[in-house]
Design a protein around this ligand. Structure first.
Ligand SMILES: *[C@@H]1O[C@H](CO)[C@@H](O)[C@H](O)[C@H]1NC(C)=O
Ligand SMILES: *[C@@H]1O[C@H](CO)[C@@H](O)[C@H](O)[C@H]1NC(C)=O
Ligand SMILES: *[C@@H]1O[C@H](CO)[C@@H](O)[C@H](O)[C@H]1NC(C)=O
Ligand SMILES: *[C@@H]1O[C@H](CO)[C@@H](O)[C@H](O)[C@H]1NC(C)=O
Ligand SMILES: *[C@@H]1O[C@H](CO)[C@@H](O)[C@H](O)[C@H]1NC(C)=O
Ligand SMILES: *[C@@H]1O[C@H](CO)[C@@H](O)[C@H](O)[C@H]1NC(C)=O
Ligand SMILES: *[C@@H]1O[C@H](CO)[C@@H](O)[C@H](O)[C@H]1NC(C)=O
Length: 510
């Protein structure tokens, strides 16, 4: 790792060099991936005020030079669309000034995905199951390129990154061992279907709540106070060596905002554990709000090149405590979907979700909060990306969700939106039994009773009322526990047994 970190030190010294020196912005470098056609890649850097910078792309016969006048020390060009492939060199020459020239080499055109979140996104390839086999695959995927943003905070929005952990690189086993497993696996699986270059940008930090990654705009809309709050991280035992930023927007300012002017394809996200006991009831506002805000900001920053509704994939929380303490995980899972239970939906368009509540890992040496089955997580995300981001048809990418519930006297008959693989369950389904015509509170555990389920036919299950009179059943919920089932052993899956049904709560009364 020494060479990487010295690269980082070297980079930091470049940033303190005399302003006006011709160079690319920090996250443009050798081996990078720029966005392919039909979008246009934005390239920018620094130079001497009022000089003209001529940017050229080698290896193209059509128009390949672009001019930009340096203003406020910054030049910026938007390339014509370039189809996937490479390699190219991109050079910038200052005319009329120092006549300096800088060049980045081995540049590929392809798709660029941003990977964000907390420790389960930080979780490295070295830490997963079969890590040696995975790291050994590095040389087979030279066109999946990696970039890793250093963990930095700022109280103001920065225009460039204050630090880089790993500059754009061709993957090697050593680099992968320190790189986000979910990000890498997602990129590698996508590459296997797309067969063109993929650029991955890891920008995440263990223990962080969503507020740290959000600008003040969505936080304000959700009624989160502007003032820095003291934030105690309840996952601290697993991140004890790391200071965890706790002030609103500080990672947005330093680790996301600087990237806005780069054209990106989409983002994936694994976060939510640290909101289980922190602004939990607002996560149904803050999370969808952050997605909207990132989309607006990346669209604007790229001069309209990044789609205003770019695809956003996320991992629904896995499990933490086998004793099912009240840690807010069921509520966060629900809020991750803006309380619909599935995505995409009316509130969260062009999103996709990997359900992970059945991928628990009681023996994880990194703590149960950090399950090692990241292959399954990334694979499930890829199914969503292929459908939502790439428009591939006929892929099963969502687990079963009920399309109708009716009472037949002694049972609730649940019909799913697809064929299911169902196994009888004693207590994964629960009904709320009350004579009041109100929505049941999920945290009043005493009003919920187990409702044994038996499969009926290919798309239907029967849930017994657990002794509750039919007219007193106010709500029904599924898998509403931190740790609701065993490894890949939940009661309801898609017919091919790949995708678990997401948890839900349905209320009879508004
Ligand atoms: C470039 O211009 C900006 C504002 O126009 C100024 O703040 C900055 O100091 C100038 N840089 C140099 C190197 O002259
Ligand atoms: C890029 O630059 C390198 C080093 O100068 C050179 O060897 C290579 O041929 C160039 N590639 C292209 C596509 O122009
Ligand atoms: C690990 O590799 C073995 C052998 O290829 C495979 O059977 C198993 O499913 C893999 N485990 C995971 C979690 O990917
Ligand atoms: C979010 O969930 C809370 C309960 O946790 C609820 O009171 C609120 O109405 C929900 N807000 C939205 C926007 O769905
Ligand atoms: C990035 O985009 C934003 C929004 O369009 C703009 O205000 C800012 O000046 C841009 N930064 C650079 C370095 O081009
Ligand atoms: C209700 O459904 C259950 C399960 O399918 C069935 O055994 C029972 O006969 C049904 N009762 C009525 C009244 O239809
Ligand atoms: C499954 O059972 C439900 C409820 O009993 C019934 O309405 C539906 O037609 C059945 N579907 C099939 C495919 O048998």
């Amino acid at each position: 790792m020494l060479s990487i970190w010295s690269g980082c030190v070297c980079f930091l010294s470049v940033l303190t060099a005399v302003s006006g020196e011709l160079r690319f912005a920090s996250y443009y470098g050798d081996h990078m991936v720029l966005h392919k056609a039909p979008e246009r890649a934005v390239v920018w850097g620094y130079g001497t005020n009022s000089t003209t910078v001529v940017v050229s792309l080698s290896g193209l016969s059509s128009r390949n030079t672009y001019r930009s006048t340096v203003r406020d020390g910054v030049w910026r060009v938007t390339l014509d669309p370039v189809k996937a492939g490479g390699p190219y060199n991109v050079s910038a020459v200052e005319s009329g000034g120092s006549d300096g020239k800088v060049m980045i080499t081995d540049v590929m055109f392809g798709d660029v995905w941003l990977c964000g979140g907390q420790s389960n996104m930080v979780f490295t390839v070295h830490q997963i199951y079969n890590s040696s086999a995975e790291m050994a695959l590095a040389s087979k995927f030279p066109d999946v390129r990696l970039f890793h943003v250093a963990q930095q905070t700022s109280l103001v929005e920065l225009i460039d990154l204050p630090g880089i952990a790993v500059r754009w690189s061709v993957p090697t086993p050593q680099l992968l061992s320190e790189y986000s497993a979910v990000c890498w696996l997602f990129g590698r699986y996508l590459y296997q279907t797309l067969q063109y270059p993929i650029g991955l940008v890891e920008s995440c930090w263990g223990g962080t709540p969503v507020e740290v990654w959000s600008s003040s705009r969505p936080l304000q809309k959700c009624g989160i106070p502007q003032a820095p709050e003291s934030y105690v991280d309840f996952m601290n035992p697993y991140d004890e060596d790391e200071p965890i930023p706790h002030q609103n927007s500080v990672a947005w300012n330093a680790m996301i905002h600087p990237l806005l002017n780069m054209t990106i394809t989409g983002a994936i996200w694994y976060q939510g554990e640290s909101n289980g006991n922190y602004n939990r009831g607002k996560y149904n506002c803050t999370f969808p709000g952050m997605i909207d805000d990132w989309r607006m900001a990346f669209h604007q920053g790229s001069g309209g090149q990044t789609a205003p509704d770019f695809p956003f994939g996320f991992v629904q929380l896995c499990t933490y405590d086998q004793g099912n303490v009240l840690d807010g995980f069921p509520e966060i899972r629900w809020h991750q979907t803006a309380d619909f239970g599935y995505v995409p939906n009316k509130r969260m368009k062009r999103t996709f979700m990997a359900v992970a509540l059945d991928l628990n890992d009681a023996a994880s040496p990194w703590g149960t909060i950090h399950p090692r089955f990241k292959q399954d997580v990334a694979y499930r995300l890829t199914l969503g990306a292929r459908t939502i981001a790439y428009g591939e048809k006929g892929i099963s990418y969502q687990g079963p969700f009920p399309s109708s519930v009716h009472v037949n006297g002694t049972y609730l008959i649940l019909t799913y939106d697809q064929n299911v693989f169902a196994t009888p369950a004693k207590d994964t389904f629960e009904v709320c039994c009350t004579m009041e015509k109100v929505q049941c509170n999920s945290e009043d555990s005493w009003i919920w009773i187990s409702a044994p389920m038996v499969p009926q036919n290919t798309s239907t299950v029967a849930v017994s009322l657990g002794g509750c009179a039919a007219e007193h059943v106010a709500s029904l919920r599924y898998a509403w526990k931190d740790w609701p089932c065993g490894f890949k052993a939940c009661p309801v899956y898609s017919a091919d047994r790949v995708l678990p049904a997401p948890p839900f709560v349905l209320h009879r009364w508004p």
